[in-house]
Design a protein around this ligand. Sequence first.
Ligand code: TYD
Ligand code: MG
Length: 449
Amino acid sequence: MAKLKTKTAFLCSVCVDDFPKWNGQCPSCKEWGTLSEFKVPAKKNGRKHEPRETKSLTDVLTANSGERISTGLKEADRVLGGGILAGSLILLGGSPGVGKSTLALHIGSGINRKVLYISAEESEEQVALRARRLHVNPDQLFLSGENELDGIISHIDRIRPELVVIDSIQTVMNSGLESLPGSPSQIRDCGQRLLEVSKQKNVTILIVGHVTKDGTIAGPKMLEHMVDTVLYMEGDDRYDHRILRSAKNRFGATHEVGIFNMDENGLREVANPSEMFLAERSVNIPGTSIYPSLEGTRPILVEVQALVSNANFGTPQRNVNGFDYKRLGMLIAVLEKRLGLAMGTKDVFVNLVGGLRVDDPAADLSIICSVASSTMDKPIGEDVVLLGEVGLAGEVRSINRLEQRLLEAAALGFKKAVVPAASVNDKVKKIKIDLYPVKFVKEAFKILF
Ligand code: TYD
Ligand code: MG
């Protein structure tokens, strides 16, 4: 084989943009020291461009009814915005072992259409073994261990599936490129080709991509802007549940979540996640409170636990799971300055039970009250939920969707809700839960302790 010409470029490890020249700072994402040299392989033979036809919008509208194909899993359908849209390109990312292949196989079986499952990562036998455990419907599922892109495309032409699963993007390659499978240039090229295939042949393609634990691997991130929908599967080895989140969706809302339980027969949908997250709840113990979180459009009740103890030496420890570390620091400062609790010599640990990550300031009140509850050694009533953003003046600020959150709390039998006064409206007042509207954290403390 003749040696291919290569050209040098500099690739940023964060935003994956490439540049012809080296720079100390990435011109695109402004990170420092992230550019490194890589060889851009030349293509063996440039593909010939086939011009696309022009269509009138009316034709497109009549041809494409926007039909949603159900995945057979309600949780997955919701995250996708009501099912799979024909001809869309979906990225399913997650850390190795989290359950991406399992979910892809469930979907491949549940949609009840012709499916081509490219298992470039595992042997066909391994996939078949998993399929047996999952009680997959085998009639319309076709497997192939093909890992060469042109081979995959010819399988698509031959089998004419409605859904293609590529498991995973890190193992497929375009042999026209010199680089190895999984390298940025391979992933970018294969992603681009698969995008063309999905649009031209109106076939849905589900691309599975591994993400490292810190979520920064170049591969799947690079595909995010190409695909229509980005789903991330999250989970923790310590728990059986898995959370499916949409990070981008051209055909639906983002930040929807689906909750699954992983057992020996694969993934099971969790119809009532609040019950699951509160299953082992500790009552009457100082430091715990309940926060009605909202994940997408879905309310989920979470137990917030705090433990405050005297720091034995040096700088006190601050440790938090499932919430922003800096925000916890701010809440501790508010406790110290506005509420007169001496926190300077205390270790503070905060944990959102069940491994859920909350990014919503509405959790502030529950967290600050849990920390105070542990500091003062006074438990918070077991039938109370707490909601509100806390400001630097110790005020409780309004939050979004109070009604939805309180409906879930009331449905699960909670009797009292301490809420921001500014968020209370007529709809909220109709909910069967006793409202305690507050303007300052101080007022909440009076009610609770
Ligand atoms: P898998 O789908 O292979 O993960 P990924 O494709 O994201 O790497 O799932 C891997 C884990 O899931 C593995 O540790 C075994 C577990 N598992 C179950 O608990 N039950 C099951 O039915 C299956 C198929 C897997
Ligand atoms: Mg896998």
